[in-house]
Ligand binder design. Structure first.
Ligand code: NAD
Length: 385
């Protein structure tokens, strides 16, 4: 039984510079006539809306645009989008944006078809049946949401983040055009790219990884570590942007199949209670959590070190593994992120309370290569201070 594994993702992945122009073909392929576009609010210029309308109307389709998502979404946006889909009798949902927009679009697609509210579907496999077909078009190289079965929401009233996770959330088509990521500003490029690195490292070291998930996770670690610096310093570099988008998609596949680990459990309360962005929250916790985890997966962390450019030949295994933490810290620093929990305004006195909240984010902790106790979690927050 131990060797049985599955591997899932978006049903079809289209990748390449300029592939956005093929959108009409894919709308056709899904036999849709009335697509609802979820468009990132910060990309909603007249010019871009015009481009989308043109692509959509290509086959005489009627296009509706919802552009209210600008940052990490609340559940009500998915409900609002689903209502719009029903009112306009839409037969396809297309998400164009970062993870926030794609997640909202994916959730709206299942609500529009299944009825009820987003809140009803929080958790694992609570969605009873498929939703409207979906095409996801990422404009950040980060979450990999275009290939995952997850949508994450901020619940401000409860001070936490929660997800809808269902096989019916896998997109029908992931359409990745690196040109759409050229406009991402350096700070967002760094935070979203390092989030993808977290997905890659966490899924690679997850105890539920498989040979296939390890292959994509390792591919992601290589692509991200080789290209993120260039994307941050030369945003218009199409080759680096392309490699980063490929890397973040691989990392999404790793995440969807092997899960994430303690970094995500510890970071959720920072997002939910203190509004720290997903990418930054994960980034500040990545190296401290790796330092804690190294002894639980020495061989895997050594391979990460090597893939990220460290010479590990002749080094004792523990030392080689620890070099992965150095490689990650150097990349984070080179991307201009010089922060910790203190600079983010998180006082030490709340660490135990944060650790208790992190323990409730149980699934990632179950995948972690070492057991994490409350005291361990407090120590990791201390290390990230
Ligand atoms: P985001 O979608 O919030 O985007 C970050 C910022 O960049 C926003 O202000 C957005 O408007 C802007 N932006 C997006 N594309 C741009 C472009 N091309 N040019 C200029 N600006 C652009 O950030 P994200 O990191 O992509 O997504 C974060 C969300 O995804 C969080 O809610 C997180 O919890 C969730 N998430 C989801 C999954 C999943 O599998 N579904 C995985 C990890 C994280």
């Amino acid at each position: 039984m131990k060797n049985i594994f599955t591997f899932t993702g978006a049903k079809k992945i289209v990748f390449g510079s300029g592939s956005m122009e093929q959108l009409p073909d894919y709308i056709n392929e899904l036999r849709a006539k009335r697509p609802l576009f979820f468009l990132d609010g910060n990309l909603s210029s007249e010019k871009f809306r015009g481009r989308i309308s043109k692509l959509c109307n290509h086959n005489g389709n009627r296009c509706t645009i919802y552009d209210k998502v600008t940052g990490e979404p609340e559940l009500r946006l998915a409900d609002e989008g689903a209502t719009l889909a029903r009112e306009e009798r839409c037969d396809l949902v297309i998400g164009i944006g970062g993870g926030s927009t794609m997640d909202t679009a994916k959730a709206a697609a299942v609500i529009a078809k299944n009825g009820g509210k987003a809140e009803d579907y929080l958790g694992l496999n609570k969605v009873p049946a498929p939703g409207l077909p979906t095409i996801m078009v990422p404009t950040t190289a980060g979450t990999g949401s275009e290939v995952t079965f997850t949508a994450v929401f901020v619940r401000k009233e409860l001070h936490k983040k929660e997800g809808i996770n269902s096989i019916y959330m896998y997109p029908d088509i992931a359409l990745l055009d690196p040109e759409l990521t050229l406009s991402v500003p350096p700070a967002v490029t760094a935070a979203t790219g390092l989030d993808a690195l977290c997905h890659a490292i966490e899924s690679y070291t997850s105890i539920t990884s498989s040979p296939m998930s390890e292959m994509v996770s390792m591919g992601a670690i290589r692509l991200i570590s080789e290209n993120l610096r260039t994307c941050v310093s030369e945003g218009e570099n199409v080759e680096a942007r392309s490699n980063m988008l490929l890397g973040s998609m691989y990392a999404g596949l790793g995440l969807a199949n092997a899960g994430v680990t303690a970094v995500h459990s510890l970071s959720y309360p920072l997002g939910g209670q203190y509004g720290i962005s997903h990418g930054i929250a994960n980034t500040v916790l990545l190296a401290p959590t790796m330092r804690f985890n190294v002894s639980g997966a020495v061989e895997k962390f050594s391979r990460i070190a090597e893939t990220m450019g460290k010479t590990i030949d002749g080094k004792p295994p523990q030392d080689a593994a620890k070099m992965s933490v150095d490689a990650v810290e150097e990349l984070i620093s080179d991307c201009g992120i010089d922060t910790g929990l203190e600079k983010l305004g998180i006082p030490r006195k709340v660490f135990r309370e944060l650790a208790k909240a992190a323990m409730m984010v149980a699934r990632p902790l179950e995948n972690n290569p070492r057991t994490v106790t409350i005291d361990d979690a407090v120590a990791i927050y201390e290390d990230a201070y």
